[in-house]
Design a protein around this ligand. Structure first.
Ligand code: 5GP
Length: 236
């Protein structure tokens, strides 16, 4: 498997075409951004950790009935994935109020939600990823009703599987963001990444934040937090 052409460079990843039109190579960077690109920095080792954590969790999800784009880890920072066209939605699942939900509803961070909360945002940097509901999604044809039903079902399944798995490792899954894509035949699969960049992970015992909020909020020990997640998941 060889990279042939840079297809896309995002804030945290580069994506390359390969000699197989159905497969892409994702290359994770150490670059970190927050607040829609306003805050920039690097987190040493992040590319490797996010690649390995994502692949570890994608494999776990596949085993538990959630189809994903994962094919094969090529190297510590690079992974072969199935080519998809991304559904332009950020799918956010929340168990405990934090971040924008805590702010919007005036809740103290750490408040347990009585029911899992599912949110959708339209992926558009210029608009700042506005929140949308089912009516907007169908009216704008971001995806079909059947796709939305499947995406919602998969997102809740991801929450069930990951919450239980992480709990045993002493990690509370507060919230996370997923992205889905369509294969050439229209099959919906989980795409993008699942990492400390895209999830809130709190230590179950101490409540310590082990995710990108350490970077967003200048809490220090950012690299340590990413390494701690890798250590708990992979035992190193
Ligand atoms: P919030 O809406 O509270 O900022 O984020 C909710 C959850 O989704 C957090 O776990 C956060 O990391 C993730 N999330 C939401 N939007 C983005 C985004 O644009 N990029 C990344 N990396 N994560 C996001």
């Amino acid at each position: 498997m060889e990279k042939t052409k840079l297809l896309y460079e995002g804030k945290a990843k580069k994506v390359y075409e390969t000699n197989d039109p159905a497969l892409l190579i994702v290359d994770y960077k150490d670059d970190a951004t927050a607040f829609n690109g306003l805050k920039k920095g690097t987190i040493a080792g992040k590319g490797e950790i996010n690649n390995r954590v994502t692949n570890h969790l994608m494999k776990l999800l596949e085993k538990n009935g959630v189809p994903t784009h994962f094919v094969e880890e090529l190297s510590p920072r690079q992974t072969v994935v199935k080519r998809v066209s991304i559904v332009p939605l950020e799918v956010i699942v929340r168990n405990i109020a934090a971040g924008s939900l805590a702010k919007r509803l005036g809740l103290q961070e750490g408040t347990k939600m009585k029911k899992t909360v599912l949110e959708f945002c339209y992926k558009d940097d210029e608009l700042g990823d506005p929140m949308v509901n089912e009516y907007h999604i169908l009216a704008m044809e971001y995806c079909t009703q059947e796709e939305l039903r499947l995406i919602s079902q998969y997102a809740l399944k991801v929450n069930e599987v990951l919450s239980a798995y992480l709990k045993d490792l002493g990690i509370e899954l507060i919230d996370f963001k997923l992205e889905f894509g369509r294969l050439a035949d229209g099959t919906i699969v989980l795409a993008d990444e699942i990492s400390p960049d895209t999830c809130r992970f709190w230590d179950s015992a101490t409540g310590e934040k082990l995710d990108k909020d350490r970077f967003r909020r200048d809490l220090g020990h950012v690299e340590d937090a990413y390494h701690e997640i890798l250590r708990r998941l992979m035992g190193e």
